[in-house]
Every structure is written in structure tokens, then in C-alpha cells.
Design a binder for this molecule. Sequence first.
Ligand SMILES: C[S@@+](CC[C@H](N)C(=O)[O-])C[C@H]1O[C@@H](n2cnc3c(N)ncnc32)[C@H](O)[C@@H]1O
Length: 277
Amino acid sequence: MAASEKTLTIDNNTTNEGWTVVIPRRGKQRRKATKHGVLEEKHEPWTPTDSQTDPSKEALLMQKMKRSIDRIENSEFYHTLRDQVQTSIVDYINMVLGSEINMQMVIYGIGSIEIYEIPRLQLSLALLMRRDFDWIGNIEVFDPILSATECRVFEALGCSVMSKNEHGRREALKPTMFFMPHCEAELYNNLLQANWKLDLLKNIVLFGNSFETYEQNASLCKNSPILNSMGHIFAARGFTNAFRIQVVSDDYYFAFHDSSWHFFSPGLETELQFINP
Ligand SMILES: C[S@@+](CC[C@H](N)C(=O)[O-])C[C@H]1O[C@@H](n2cnc3c(N)ncnc32)[C@H](O)[C@@H]1O
């Protein structure tokens, strides 16, 4: 799998100067946090959390993103991850791709890139992977907490922002990479549940919290209600190939610890039975 010719350009002037984007204010009643912290939207479509952005905020955020991308790009962490993909992961990627040339990346639960460094580091990794791996195509992003400024910057970075909350339930009708670092377990479970068929699961590449760790921790919190919303995660373990990433340096621990690549290959329909809705 050759490194692609794609480039990653960050242009601090990508955002137009001298005007303000006004986005309709969203109804307060639309958001509700469930007991597990995953936001359930009552009404679609989704719009950003604030109503306005301006070029100076966007330019500032672009600068922060540029610094973050530079940092990841030059890190041993990224070089190790890139090597891992090109050696251990590539065969699984090719299996998911089948006859397709590339796959879309869907990013759920990135968090606020304006406020926090961890989401900026995670997004930087996704952007660098898109630049360096020719099997990654377009990027779509969604997190219900995104601001108008963040949405503008995502677009300037060549990512599209979804206009509705899918609650993680995108059906993988074609090969799709889901980039979900440190999301709530319920969101991974929703993704698996929506794709709980032989011909959909095989289309998924999932980068996210290690399912193995979820299973290990489950025995420590046997009576926790969160376990009720993790049935598909546990049921998938039997047909999941997982590869942990190496964080390499403490600098990247908080952004990427306990993250794994997951590939799903149930052989028989019977492996998908006996799961509660
Ligand atoms: C634990 S935080 C992780 C944020 C960030 N990735 C990090 O590691 O700091 C989980 C994120 O998932 C987001 N989230 C909740 N419901 C979601 C949904 N339906 N679709 C996408 N993201 C969602 C939350 O808003 C939050 O930003």
C-alpha cells in the first residue's frame, strides 16, 4: 500500500475575512443527556451549539490545528502508528476494501477542537492518515457539541460536518472507517447494532476504545447499568480482530491510550444471534 500523493495544506487565510457567519439558533429542547452521557437528539436536523462565528476565531483555531498537526507529524508516536498500519494492519484494510479503491472516514465524538488539545491531536492524526494512506477518502465529522467556528474550520480542513445526529448508527453499506477515539461505549454499541449483519460488519474498520479492555473491566463492575448498553460490544468479541496502537510517549497518552483497530468477521449468521435489542 503506497503512501498517497495527497497533501495536507493548512492555509490560515482559508476562512474569509470581513464577515460573520450566522447560523440559526437551535432549540434548547433538542438536547438531552442520557444516563450514560451520550446525547440523544429529539429532533433533527442538527445545527451547531452557537449561532455565530467570525474570521478571527476561525484563524486562531486554524493556527492551533496547524501546530497540532506539526506536532503529531514529527512524533515517534505517528511514525510507529504509520509503520503498524503498513505492516500489520494493511491486509485487514485490503480485506475490508475488497474491490473498492478507498473508503470514507466517519469521525464521531471528536470533542471540542476549540477548547481542548486532545481532540485537536486526535483530529490531526485523522488528517495525517488521510494524507498518507491512499485508501482513505473523504472525511465526515459529527459531534453534537461542535460550535459554528469548529464547523467552519472542519470544512476548511477538507472535512464535511454532518447535518444530523446519527447517534453512531451509520450503516456501512460500503467500506467505511469509523474514527472514534475515546467515545462512550454506547456509541460503539449503537454502531455495531446498526450493522449487525454479516455483509455490513465486514465493511467496518473501527479505530476506537479497545473492546478487549471493556471486556476485562466488565468483570470489575458487574452490576453497573452501563453493561446493559454494551451487549453488541461483548457479543462481537468472538469475531473481532483487534490491534492495539502503541502510544510510545507519555505526550500522547491522554489522547490515544487504550485505542485499537477493530475488524469484524463473523463467519455465520448464528454468531449474530441472541443479542438483546
Ligand atoms: C468522552 S468524549 C471524547 C471526546 C474526545 N474524543 C476526547 O478523547 O477527549 C465523547 C464525545 O462523544 C460526543 N458524542 C455524544 N453523543 C454523540 C453522538 N450521538 N454522535 C457523535 N458524538 C457524540 C460527546 O459530545 C463527546 O464530545
